[in-house]
Design a protein around this ligand. Structure first.
Ligand code: ADP
Ligand code: MG
Length: 314
């Protein structure tokens, strides 16, 4: 590769908001046979396939007939919002927005109580104490590892929401499931187009990895046009790394499109790590390419640029 051609390529990329770290990612990008997407991201700017402007669509209460206190939707939302104040996940933003509709939040009818012992558990959810109430919010894995008592109807409620394409997160108070929240996300308008061009025009295989559950993941994949056989759900960050290693062992040249702190090991494992957005420093260090404008179609521009530059060099 002539240094001049690479300079022209990276220079042009930079002007288009596509940061390419030198000759190596550019050269590897032209040979990509397989693109792996992370479904959702952490942080406002960093969503990959989905828009990340999630909202709480449904709240299902798991009332306990044996219990004295009648739990209410408002109570579940109040404790959830207090707990999610410390989380950056789009799910947290959705819960805080829903609680605000009920008058809970800064400057509203009822201020949120500060959470103690807050902990975000990667790929699971959050836990903390709010005004002496232990609060857990998360998925099945969070229920299992925190030894939460499952009220009757919990899993039924989750499945009902997931079959509607929502992400079900469970709110547990004092170690027992209390309510299930159905969180709705929407595929990015350009996701379908990008995946289509990758598959049809370039013959590149497209895969999707997500920490979300398989029902919701399949509904998103169907909508976007990713074969459901290429979807892996319920994965932890370390398992994303394994998945990419596996593809590489099968001879694929893999580009991983991800974001956030959690995805940086997977970005580093891929032949080309592609980060979306300008948010998270750590992910960017693991990425050979950064799509600064958070536009998924810039992925197509990046691959096209790489192919063009290396075609001209020959
Ligand atoms: P992905 O980026 O692939 O969607 P994450 O690892 O960010 O996966 O999250 C995986 C799952 O963990 C979510 O679908 C949700 O069930 C749970 N989770 C993560 N963060 C939170 C949070 N702040 N509140 C509730 N649930 C969460
Ligand atoms: Mg993520």
């Amino acid at each position: 590769a002539t240094p001049t051609a690479v300079m022209v390529g990276t220079g042009l990329g930079a002007r288009l908001g596509i940061l390419i770290r030198g000759a190596e990612p550019l050269e590897l990008a032209k040979d990509v046979t397989c693109v792996v997407f992370d479904k959702t991201g952490v942080g406002i700017m960093n969503h990959t396939l989905t828009r990340g402007d999630m909202s709480v669509k449904d709240v299902i209460l798991l009332s306990d007939p044996m219990s004295e206190d009648s739990s209410s939707v408002a109570e579940a939302l109040y404790f959830s919002a207090c707990a999610e104040q410390g989380s950056e996940h789009p799910i947290a933003k959705a819960i805080l927005a829903k609680a605000a509709e009920y008058g809970f939040g800064k400057g509203l009818n009822r201020e949120l109580h500060e959470a103690d012992h807050f902990e975000a558990e990667v790929g699971k959810g959050v836990k903390c104490t709010v005004d002496d109430v232990t609060v857990h919010i998360g998925n099945r894995r969070s229920l299992a590892t925190n030894d939460i008592q499952i009220a009757p109807g919990t899993f039924d409620a989750m499945e009902r929401l997931e079959d509607r394409g929502q992400t079900a997160v469970v709110v547990s108070l004092n170690g027992r499931t209390n309510a299930v929240l159905g969180i709705m996300d929407q595929a990015k308008d350009e996701a379908t187009l990008t995946v289509n061009v990758l598959q049809q025009l370039y013959g590149i295989k497209v895969h999707m990895l997500t920490g979300d559950n398989i029902r919701t993941a399949k509904s998103v994949a169907n909508f976007i046009g990713i074969p459901v056989t290429n979807v892996k759900a319920d994965v932890l960050p370390a398992e994303k790394v394994d998945y990419i290693r596996q593809l590489r062992l099968q001879g694929e040249h893999v580009a991983m499109v991800g974001d956030g702190i959690n995805d940086s090991p997977a970005l580093a494992e891929a032949d080309v790590g592609i980060a979306i957005g300008s948010g998270t420093q750590i992910a960017h260090e693991a990425a050979g390419v950064v799509l600064v404008n958070s536009k998924l179609t810039d992925l197509l521009v990046a691959i096209d640029l790489a192919k063009t530059i290396y075609f001209r060099i020959k």
